[in-house]
Design a protein around this ligand. Structure first.
Ligand SMILES: NC(=O)c1ccc[n+]([C@@H]2O[C@H](COP(=O)([O-])OP(=O)(O)OC[C@H]3O[C@@H](n4cnc5c(N)ncnc54)[C@H](OP(=O)(O)O)[C@@H]3O)[C@@H](O)[C@H]2O)c1
Length: 167
């Protein structure tokens, strides 16, 4: 499939240091978008920024920390003057028998997957309302809607959602 021309668009991607996020960053950059790469591992992000075609920069971010997410938006605006797409992709999973997974691990999943998404969506959506346009994309898993009898598969983001804040 041919990439659309996204020249002039600014895309923020959380969880960009590996997996889906890394792949999406490379594809968006290839399509001409400026990409803002967020995850905890700054050095990995900086390597990826060098790999991306066009404009890309790394903002070390822990999405479970509200201040980090707010700083991510500020950094993107300072660098590119606008944001058009915000992708909440950062996520961790805890797989196994529910009772054998330490509570701290369950908490980390909730703080990252759920609260990180709520926080990112809030920061982005408030900005998009002011800007008059913008798209929030939340990456989720089918496991969020499936009950498993003996194992916990904690992917709490309820479902993928697409929110347009066009006025
Ligand atoms: N893989 C699958 O089969 C699958 C299926 C359905 C849905 N998903 C969803 O797709 C998304 C990406 O999955 P993936 O397989 O690509 O995962 P992955 O390769 O493990 O990547 C997860 C990314 O999230 C980042 N991350 C984790 N905790 C973070 C935090 N507190 N703050 C900021 N970044 C954080 C990691 O970077 P750092 O460690 O550098 O922070 C990493 O870049 C996840 O939300 C997952 O729930 C995956």
């Amino acid at each position: 499939m041919q990439n659309p021309d996204l020249t002039g668009k600014v895309v923020v991607i959380t969880g960009a240091s590996s997996g889906f996020g890394r792949g999406a960053a490379l594809r968006f950059a290839e399509a001409g978008a400026a990409v803002v790469l967020a995850a905890r591992r700054g050095e990995v992000l900086r390597d990826l920024a060098r790999e991306c075609a066009g404009q890309a920069f790394a903002v070390p971010t822990d999405v479970s920390k509200r201040a980090d997410v707010e700083r991510l938006m500020q950094a993107a605006l300072l660098r590119f003057g606008r944001v058009d797409v915000w992708i909440n992709n950062a996520g961790v999973g805890a797989l196994g028998h529910f009772e054998r997974i330490p509570l701290d691990d369950h908490m980390q999943v909730i703080c990252t997957d759920l609260m990180g998404t709520v926080c990112g969506s809030h920061v982005a959506y408030c900005y998009f309302l002011e800007q008059g346009s913008g798209i929030v994309i939340n990456i989720a898993s089918g496991s969020a809607r499936t009950a498993f009898r003996t194992t916990a598969r904690t992917w709490p983001r309820s479902m993928a959602s697409w929110v347009s804040a066009r006025r």
